[in-house]
Ligand binder design. Structure first.
Ligand SMILES: Cc1cc2nc3c(=O)[nH]c(=O)nc-3n(C[C@H](O)[C@H](O)[C@H](O)COP(=O)(O)O)c2cc1C
Length: 269
């Protein structure tokens, strides 16, 4: 038995979640893939999805933000209607931890009418990673992509052999997250304002910003919207936007301590 249609839904400002989903998709090897990218604000705002019986399998992936599902995608996710479709839940995190993210997705998935068939936590380069502070640099790498493909193949085997649903999905908040205030990334790094002496006005930062935080005229960042995902830094060829840490030595050592040991993907199936 094969999967006719795989519906991929993802939010991925810096592209690592998208990469993992595509490798899992290769492992599942569906006849047809339908993709919904919830990263651009206008796509998220207009997103509505009522699944019907032909939409056999759904693959949902999000990055972990502060040990949770990113707040700004809940509205879009809550506009999905399912009636018994199978769903695979994926969290991609920057080698610190995936916290409650998968557990939150599981609760949501059951509430809107999915049957959870599998879940996985994979590692992507941390949004704060840069030359001066590499954090899970280059991930997902070839090994991660192979694990993701193999995971897709295991899910396919599970579908073919009718193995019971509802895998045991963990959720855990480390003590640190009870201490840190909400939106803590803004305490760790400055907003990546553009250096207009270097900026070539290519405008790529405006279009890549997942929260529509960059003013198209002045290129200034609306601080109330910025997520600190630094997608704008990654697309800036002349490095007019950069990651600059606050309290550099302290933040640097805290982050490198937390990401020192290479974590491996974890699958729940
Ligand atoms: C606001 C914010 C909070 C984050 N919180 C965590 C976290 O709690 N644990 C972790 O390991 N990585 C964390 N990260 C890193 C991202 O989960 C990681 O870089 C992920 O690969 C980004 O996915 P994307 O490339 O699909 O955007 C955070 C990143 C941002 C921007």
């Amino acid at each position: 038995m094969t999967v006719n249609t795989l519906t991929q839904i993802f939010f991925s400002p810096t592209g690592t979640t998208r990469q993992i989903l595509s490798a899992i998709g290769q492992g599942i090897n569906a006849d047809e893939i339908i993709g919904y990218d919830l990263t651009p604000p206008e796509k998220r705002d207009n997103f509505q999805l009522a699944l019907d019986q032909e939409d056999g399998l759904v693959l949902l992936g999000v990055p972990v933000y502060e040990e949770h599902v990113p707040d700004l995608i809940w509205d879009a996710l809550n506009r999905i209607e399912a009636n018994g479709q199978l769903i695979i839940l994926i969290a991609v995190y920057g080698n610190i931890g995936f916290g409650l993210c998968l557990k939150e997705l599981e609760t949501w998935a059951k509430r809107v009418g999915f049957n959870v068939i599998a879940a996985g936590a994979f590692i992507g380069e941390h949004s704060f990673s840069h030359k001066g502070l590499p954090l899970a640099e280059g991930r997902p790498d070839m090994e991660d992509m192979r694990s993701a493909r193999e995971f897709g193949m295991s899910v396919l085997a599970k579908i073919q052999h009718d193995i019971p649903l509802n895998p045991d999905i963990p959720g855990y908040l480390p003590p640190m997250s009870y201490i840190l205030p909400k939106n803590s990334p803004k305490f760790f790094a400055h907003y990546a304002e553009a250096d207009m002496k270097k900026c070539t006005r290519c405008n790529r930062c405006i279009f890549i910003c997942p929260s529509g935080a960059i003013d198209p005229g002045t290129l200034e960042i609306d601080h109330s919207k910025c997520l600190h995902c630094f997608a704008c830094v990654r697309v800036c060829a002349p490095s007019a936007r950069q990651i600059r840490l606050k309290l550099k030595p302290l933040v640097k050592s805290a982050l490198s301590l937390q990401t020192r040991n290479r974590k491996s993907p974890e699958i729940f199936i």
